[in-house]
Ligand binder design. Structure first.
Ligand SMILES: Nc1nc2c(c(=O)[nH]1)N[C@H]1C(S)=C(S)[C@@H](COP(=O)(O)OP(=O)(O)OC[C@H]3O[C@@H](n4cnc5c(=O)[nH]c(N)nc54)[C@H](O)[C@@H]3O)O[C@H]1N2
Ligand SMILES: Nc1nc2c(c(=O)[nH]1)N[C@H]1C(S)=C(S)[C@@H](COP(=O)(O)OP(=O)(O)OC[C@H]3O[C@@H](n4cnc5c(=O)[nH]c(N)nc54)[C@H](O)[C@@H]3O)O[C@H]1N2
Ligand SMILES: [Mo]
Length: 767
């Protein structure tokens, strides 16, 4: 029996399937967000809160990392510079519901472990530090001092600092991230896994090799002025709704959009913008000019085929397709790339992509004719075994046509968590490059360990094998977000101590080590007052823009500490009051932290002044700024990759695990996947009707999903089949319910990212 997170409190019988929508956002979007907010926060608080969202004097939206459009000086940003799902993220944090010591006294942990993440999250904000003693049945209140004392005692008792694991999710501010990694490295380890390991790690690995920097090269203005935008493996209508405004603006300027996706996602098809009269009445803006319904994992094949076509057209009419000036002056490895793609195996391309030759040629033509192309991608690309190669193949196309470091063009990995990129910039990474480590050592006079630490998958292995004994989570929901749920939960349970710094209750609190601590913290929306006065924090968006975020709401409880305060107080307890780092000053005044960020983090000089500019500042990006590529060859590198795509045995399906419209990763807002027409259920599996007929299953049937992997089978029970227009052979189910099926050892080459978008499964009738 697989021990999945339970679902008994969801009445799956209530499932309703409607016709999927062909357009996204618009009035229903905003109406839904307001309803949700009022439900959680009441009317007055809703209006006050949403007014401050993404405004210069307000807080950064804790939703996604898509950048805010900059207003001209002195102008106000449009009031509604947030989206339905951003408002849901805020409502979730600004809720008036509370999880108090009385709540924990009333609910034994064993009972809470039987609840879904949806139920846990709905209980409200955590108010007190809580401890679960060895063999205890309930969490009990604990003072902050005793909580830090307990962590310090356990950390100091380890045989080596490498037995401790310090995870980070992507909402942590730059100030908290910088002090956190400083604490962890002062303690003596680089065990800093983060959610990025499961997210855009493949983008970082690919782009660093190809362009010398692991970040995207475009600004919002580039997206607005592109003439072609290729959106691959991304569902912006749900996960980056504000990106739709940018696509709409680009379309208004004449851009064409190509969407590559196994699912006809509503947000890729049509957009109704609530800020625009055309959105409120009328049909909205059609988005995708070309929709390529590709098979899961077929993107490497597609981009190789396009590369092949561009090369052959160039050969037929030299000087008409490729940017030779750029290739000659700024790149390396073009000849090998061209040789590699001169001959391709069309039969393999056909079976990998499932696309018609005509459509591939049409798309290649659009790319060949474009003068300003932006390539956007997200999890549909990064969470595959050959993700790094796929991203490098996209990069090859951009390089061949000189689409990097010029206005209206570039590479745009669209990040997830609102500050996941900033956390990396600040040093949250298990393998930070040497210059950063040396700068840290110089600045603080501490020895900085150089041995690489554990990433997320290796951290799970270490805990499983008894090499990881203390787990500390700075935000996130490690137990539910990671693959192979049963194995991961056991791994966490084998720890001596698990500590979660959290805003809300989640599965990681109820799947715990021998002892466990919950440290409740301020959210992004809340006032952060320290002894020197009110503090603000800084964050970096998906386009490298760093700006302040000021919480304005009264904290959910007087017992909360900011993440910075938690780090600094823990550091003083673990490292001693006489430690060389001025932890007390850091906690009192975040400007003191920013002074140090300025001296350690590349591109952050004069940080305190620059983040105080009205719209913050943009970090340097050599390829974008000056077509400079700091790679080993000193140039942008073309790469040649063998064609790879998932192999699916007869009678099996390829499953992707993805987000519904009503969740933020493991935080479930509700049970409606509105754009896909699925209401009141989450244990569903979307399968093409033709596949169902061939495999002998029926729409509406309840089945078990069984994943087949080298080591063993994994089972997730009771999923309802929904006949859906996904690409043939490809199925979809929601994360985290389907994480039980993702094998820990099934990871991407070079990035070690779990392969969440290509799990070989079979459906099984239930007796
Ligand atoms: N409201 C909301 N916003 C969010 C989040 C959330 O959960 N809720 N999560 C945040 C985070 S951390 C992240 S990383 C992002 C995630 O943003 P997305 O990457 O949009 O998230 P997924 O739901 O995983 O969607 C993957 C998309 O890729 C497609 N896809 C899957 N496999 C393939 C493939 O092999 N090829 C191609 N071409 N397409 C494929 C799927 O059909 C789907 O449309 O969103 C961020 N924003
Ligand atoms: N199968 C499958 N697995 C996946 C994915 C997938 O597509 N498929 N996607 C992966 C991706 S892209 C990601 S990014 C990860 C996400 O993994 P995580 O980042 O670990 O998970 P979240 O669900 O975003 O974390 C939610 C919790 O964060 C806490 N929280 C919220 N705001 C704050 C805050 O301001 N401070 C602190 N300290 N805590 C806060 C709350 O307690 C909440 O319960 O999951 C990955 N897992
Ligand atoms: Mo993510």
């Amino acid at each position: 029996m697989t021990r999945n997170a339970p679902t008994d409190d969801i009445d799956e019988a209530a499932l309703e399937v409607h016709k999927p929508k062909h357009w996204a956002a618009g009035v229903p979007g905003v109406a839904v967000s307001l309803l949700r907010s009022v439900e959680q926060m009441g009317t007055g608080r809703t209006v006050r809160t949403l007014r401050l969202l993404n405004q210069r004097e307000g807080f950064d939206c804790p939703g996604c990392a898509w950048p805010e459009p900059q207003a001209a000086d002195g102008e106000h940003r449009k009031l509604a510079e947030f989206c339905e799902n951003g408002a849901k993220a805020v409502a979730e944090e600004a809720t008036k519901r509370r999880v108090t010591p009385e709540f924990f006294a009333a609910h034994p942990v064993a009972e809470l472990a039987g609840k879904t993440d949806y139920w846990l999250g709905q209980q409200g904000r955590l108010t007190h530090p809580m401890v679960l003693r060895e063999d205890g049945t309930h969490y009990e209140p604990i003072s902050w001092e005793d909580a830090f004392g307990l962590i310090a005692e356990k950390l100091k008792g380890l045989a080596s600092p490498d037995e401790a694991i310090f995870y980070t999710s992507g909402r942590t501010s730059n100030e908290a991230a910088f002090t956190y990694q400083l604490l962890v490295r002062s303690f003596g380890t680089n065990n800093l896994p983060d959610c990025s390991n499961m997210c855009h790690e493949s983008s970082g690995a690919a782009l660093t090799e190809s362009t010398g920097i692991g970040k995207g090269s475009v600004s919002l203005a580039d997206v607005h002025h592109a003439d072609l935008i290729v959106v691959v493996g991304q569902n912006p209508g749900t996960n980056h709704p504000r990106m739709l405004s940018a696509l709409e603006e680009a379309k208004g300027n004449g851009a064409r959009v190509i969407a590559v996706n196994p699912l006809p996602e509503a947000g890729l098809m049509r957009f109704k913008n609530p800020q625009n009269p055309r959105g409120v009445i009328g049909k909205g803006t059609p988005l995708a000019d070309e929709f390529a319904q590709i098979r899961l994992g077929g993107d490497l094949a597609l981009f190789q085929a396009i590369g092949h076509l561009l090369l052959s057209w160039e050969e037929a009419a030299p000087g008409t397709v490729l940017d030779h000036e750029f290739i000659d002056s700024a790149t390396h490895g073009f000849e090998d790339y061209a040789k590699h793609l001169r001959e391709i195996d069309w039969a393999a391309i056909d079976s990998a992509t499932g696309l018609s030759r005509e459509q591939i040629v049409r798309i290649a033509r659009m790319i060949a004719e474009s003068e300003r192309t932006v390539y956007c991608w997200a999890m549909g690309v990064t969470q595959h075994k050959h993700a790094v190669a796929t991203i490098q193949e996209i990069t090859n196309l951009a390089l061949a046509r000189g689409m990097i470091g010029k206005p209206g063009a570039g590479l745009c990995p669209v990040r997830g968590h609102s500050n996941v990129q900033g956390d990396r910039t600040m040093g949250v990474w298990e393998k930070m490059p040497e210059p950063f480590m040396a700068a840290l050592e110089r600045e603080f006079g501490i020895p900085v360990p150089r041995k690489h630490g554990f990433d997320t998958v290796d951290a799970i292995r270490a805990m499983r094998d008894g090499r990881g004994k203390v787990f500390f989570g700075m935000g996130g929901n490690f137990a539910a977000a990671t693959p192979d749920s049963e194995l991961t939960e056991r791994a966490l349970e084998s720890c001596e101590l698990t500590v979660q710094v959290s805003t809300k209750l989640n599965r990681s609190h109820v799947v715990h080590g021998k002892q466990a601590l919950i440290l409740p913290t301020l959210g992004r929306t809340e006032l952060d007052a320290q002894s020197s006065g009110r503090q603000f924090v800084t964050v970096e968006d998906s386009m490298s823009c760093v700006h302040p975020s000021r919480g304005r709401l009264q904290p959910a409880s007087e017992h909360l500490l900011s993440e910075v305060a938690i780090v600094c107080r823990l550091a003083r307890t673990v490292l001693g009051e006489d430690h060389v780092v001025p932890w007390r000053e850091f906690e009192q005044d975040y400007d003191r932290i920013r002074d140090r960020i300025a001296r350690v983090v590349p591109g952050c000089d004069d940080y305190n002044a620059k983040v105080r500019r009205p719209d913050g500042f943009v970090l340097p990006h050599p390829p974008r700024d000056s077509r400079e590529f700091r790679t080993g060859t000193g140039k942008a590198n073309f790469t040649s990759s063998e064609l790879e795509f998932p192999q699916v045995p007869e009678g099996r399906l390829l499953l992707q695990t993805l987000r519904s419209h009503d969740q933020y990763n493991t935080t479930i807002y509700g049970l409606s996947d509105r754009y896909r027409g699925i209401e009141d259920a989450r244990r569903v599996v979307l399968v093409n009707a033709k596949d169902l007929a061939e495999l002998g299953f029926a729409d509406g049937e309840i089945v078990d999903l069984v994943s087949e992997w080298e080591d063993a089978e994994r089972r997730a029970e009771k999923f309802r089949i929904v006949a859906y227009s996904t690409a043939p052979g490809c199925a979809a189910a929601y994360f985290p319910e389907a994480n039980a099926l993702v094998p820990l050892d099934s990871t991407a080459k070079k990035s070690n990212t779990p392969v969440s978008k290509a799990v070989v499964i079979r459906l099984e009738h239930r007796a």
